[in-house]
Write a protein that binds this ligand. Structure first.
Ligand SMILES: [Zn+2]
Ligand SMILES: [Zn+2]
Length: 358
């Protein structure tokens, strides 16, 4: 007996077959399981972590479709899905939690001991379609564009980073080392929280110019020797309450550590680019000042949306407290994405946020 198989529907996708081997090709559309919807991806951001993922570190298996920062329109829903309908605009929390471990029991999904992840452990958003469980969906209000909605993930991480400092920032000085897209998102949240002054440091002059254009007047080159006097003069020599390393470079982290005041907090946000040599004098200063080091991993998400980073970010986008459109330097069609990845890796053009349009 032969069965009549339904014709397989195909889609365009950016498939990573091996390190540096990324091709624009046709693959089958994902099947939609119960409790899931099929999303037509409109924008998928390239994360800083995607560049090493594609060119040096790899993914958990090959081939993989990368991309974890995506938003789009629901193409179809599984028959049992009642909460969402075709045509709904949605953003996606890319982590699939197990629901059984100790962290999941407390609703701390990002600490799940046995998680899956769109765009690294399983196929993600550099494709026309992705099937996503409804518990990972956020409804995008009309005031928020889908390109901004594709940036909820990094913006939620930026919010989470400042929350990890665990203090009220109204009227308090904050320093951010690294004025790339994530650093400028942290700066926007610091402004929402009332921090002042907000000091930004980077070695790339164009990033500092963008920061000033966004209203951050205290944007300084950290190449210059006089970056410390800036901190001293703006904080009456005391240092900042919170310093965020949003660069992940050993030099930036050392400067962040050196800039915090007594009982201040250093937030570790950037992915490490190398080993850190901690001079004894600075080590001792961290002790004398009783400085806290706060690690940041992803962001908090809840299905119901009660005070988590994701829904707070979406609300701030909707009422204009944060504006991420200025951060988008490139919008790239899917078929041109391999060239865009090389541009980013080799730093051929100035870029902050690059969005892929499947
Ligand atoms: Zn990301
Ligand atoms: Zn779990």
């Amino acid at each position: 007996m032969s069965q009549i198989a339904a014709p397989v529907e195909m889609m365009n996708a950016l498939v990573l077959y091996g390190l540096g081997d990324m091709r624009h090709t046709r693959v089958p559309r994902p099947a939609v399981a119960p409790g899931q919807v099929l999303i037509h991806v409109k924008f998928c951001g390239v994360c800083g972590s995607d560049i090493p993922r594609v060119f040096s570190k790899g993914t958990y298996r090959f081939p993989t479709i990368c991309g974890h920062e995506f938003a789009g329109i629901i193409e179809k829903t599984a028959p049992d899905v009642k909460e969402f309908a075709t045509g709904d605009r949605v953003a996606v929390f890319p982590l699939l939690w197990c629901g059984k471990c100790a962290a999941c029991e407390q609703g701390r999904y990002v600490q799940c001991a046995n998680y899956d992840y769109f765009g690294s452990r399983r196929d993600g958003g550099f494709a026309q379609y992705v099937a996503v469980p409804i518990h990972n969906l956020l409804r995008v209000p009309a005031e928020v564009s889908l390109e901004e909605a594709a940036m909820i993930e990094p913006a939620a991480v930026a919010l989470h980073a400042l929350k990890q400092a665990g203090r009220i920032l109204v009227g308090r000085p904050v320093a951010i080392y690294g004025a790339g897209s994530i650093g400028l998102m942290v700066a926007q949240w610091a402004r929402v929280m009332g921090a002042a002054p907000i000091l930004l440091f980077d070695i790339v002059e164009q990033k500092l110019a963008l920061a000033r254009q966004m209203g951050f007047v205290h944007a300084y080159s950290s190449r210059r020797e006089d970056s410390t006097p800036d901190i001293d003069s703006l904080t009456a020599g005391a240092g900042v309450d919170v310093a965020v390393d949003a660069a992940g470079s050993p030099a930036a982290l050392l400067q962040a550590m050196a800039s915090v005041r007594r009982n201040g907090c250093v937030v570790l946000l950037g992915n490490p680019a190398g080993d850190l040599h901690l001079p004894a004098a600075l080590w001792s200063q961290l002790m004398r000042r009783e400085v806290t080091l706060a690690g940041v991993w992803n962001s908090e998400y809840s299905i119901a949306g009660n005070s988590d980073d994701w829904h707070a970010t979406l609300a701030a986008m909707a009422d204009g407290r944060i504006n991420l459109r200025t951060l988008i330097t490139h919008r790239v069609p899917l078929e041109q994405a391999p060239a865009a990845f090389q541009m980013m890796r080799d730093n051929l053009e100035f870029h902050t946020k690059v969005l892929i349009q499947p």
